[in-house]
Design a binder for this molecule. Structure first.
Ligand code: ATP
Ligand code: MG
Ligand code: MG
Length: 377
């Protein structure tokens, strides 16, 4: 079988390996951590992500190259694209690494984003805030994740403070109007090297402290909103000529308007539910898409709630895993555990997730509440 090289050895790479192996592929990863989540289940070259020599060795040993995080060094990506087969190309990365380029690409696909403006000074930030009204969100154009690199501006006075704080990072900045959404949704599209496109069922996402806490599927929004969200994701993937997965994060307002928040050209935390709940997981679909296989069915087999396990949840999760789960039996839910093999259970660190398979979303939510694992931590 062919060998897939993965830039990055985190949990996304690990699950790609675990779900891609049954198709007969071998995997090799590049990661600086000697015992990375992905390296535990595949071969690994241990080196920094921007180590050109190591990237070259990865390319030599792989037939196909992909990545599991989007801040891949542009130079390394370009070198790999020259030296070996990178079906996703480097343009998708180039676009999604920068919020302004990304927003323009979303608009070019016919989708809507929150009104935004690039700002290069405190005065421009204030002017944008005055134009859009408060609240607004100031974001760094590059490098942000889990809400890091953004500042919610609630009063005009905060505009200057926000600019001073974020401009220290030295990247471009963008002001966005705050969308008073009813809920957050996401759709994961996949586009293959053959141009075939599929979308996974819409997930409803609940964040705590800017980190994903729950993904609920089916999302509790009307059918027509779900169809429009899926179509939007497919249109964006098509318009961008994406290959592999493209995760689309959306805001949904009470009257059913959809705004695209951001994109990720890789497996997405809000797609982990697909592992047991869909006929094909997002990880298998990614491997299929980049390796030129026909895409798999994305049909939902069961309602599900995915809940993230962070460092602070680990002791309680381990205790629950080793004992009989009377609550699960009583509620008729099946919690499927996924741990990423990370040694240090640091506060807020993503350590794993549980897909709570259920007949009704309420039952899965009740199990999550009854376990007490996610209360007040
Ligand atoms: P991620 O970890 O998803 O990459 P990130 O740091 O890139 O996060 P965003 O997804 O842009 O950040 O924003 C984080 C969260 O902040 C969103 O999921 C949403 O809850 C809120 N948020 C961001 N922008 C807006 C906005 N314009 N209006 C309302 N809420 C927003
Ligand atoms: Mg982001
Ligand atoms: Mg986000």
């Amino acid at each position: 079988g062919a060998t897939v090289g993965i830039l990055g050895g985190g949990q996304l790479g690990r699950m790609m390996v675990l779900q891609g192996a049954p198709l007969g592929y071998r995997f090799i990863t590049l990661d600086p951590a000697p015992d990375s989540p992905c390296g535990q289940v595949s071969r690994q070259i241990t080196a920094a992500y921007d180590d050109v020599e190591a990237a070259r060795r990865l390319a030599e040993q792989a037939d196909v190259i992909t990545y599991e995080f989007e801040n891949v060094d542009a130079g390394v990506a370009a070198l790999l694209a020259e030296q070996s087969y990178v079906p996703q190309g480097s343009h998708l990365l180039y676009t999604t690494q920068h919020r302004l380029r990304e927003k323009r690409a979303i608009e070019a696909a016919g989708a809507t984003v929150a009104p935004y403006a690039e700002v290069t000074s405190a005065a421009e930030t204030l002017a944008a805030v005055q134009k859009f009204g408060t609240p607004c969100v100031l974001k760094t154009a590059t490098g942000g994740y889990d809400g890091k690199g953004q500042f919610v501006i609630r009063t005009e006075e905060q505009a200057i403070q926000a600019y001073e704080e974020l401009s220290a990072a030295g990247t471009e900045l963008v002001v966005e109007q705050f969308i008073h959404f009813q809920c957050e949704l996401s759709v994961i599209a996949a586009r293959s090297t053959q141009g075939e496109i599929t979308t996974f069922p819409v997930a409803e996402n609940i964040h705590v402290d800017n980190i994903l806490h729950l993904s609920i599927v089916p999302a509790r929004v009307p059918e027509d909103v779900q169809r429009r969200a899926e179509q939007m994701a497919a249109d964006i993937a098509e318009s961008m000529n994406a290959v592999g997965l493209l995760a689309v994060e959306l805001f949904c307002t009470a009257d059913g308007q959809l705004y695209v928040n951001e994109l990720a050209p890789r497996p997405h935390n809000s797609g982990h539910y697909t592992m047991e709940a869909c006929a094909t997981s997002q990880f298998e679909q990614h491997v299929r898409a980049i390796c030129g296989l026909p895409l798999g069915s994305t049909a939902l087999r069961t309602p599900v709630v995915m809940v993230n396990i962070l460092g602070e949840h680990i002791p309680d999760v381990v205790e629950r895993m080793v004992s009989t789960d009377a609550a699960a039996e009583q509620l008729n839910v099946v919690p499927k555990y996924h741990l990423y093999g990370k040694e240090e259970a640091k506060h807020k660190r993503k350590m794993g997730h549980i897909n709570v398979l259920c007949h009704n979303i309420e039952d899965a939510l009740a199990w999550i509440n009854q376990t007490n694992i996610w209360r007040n931590k």
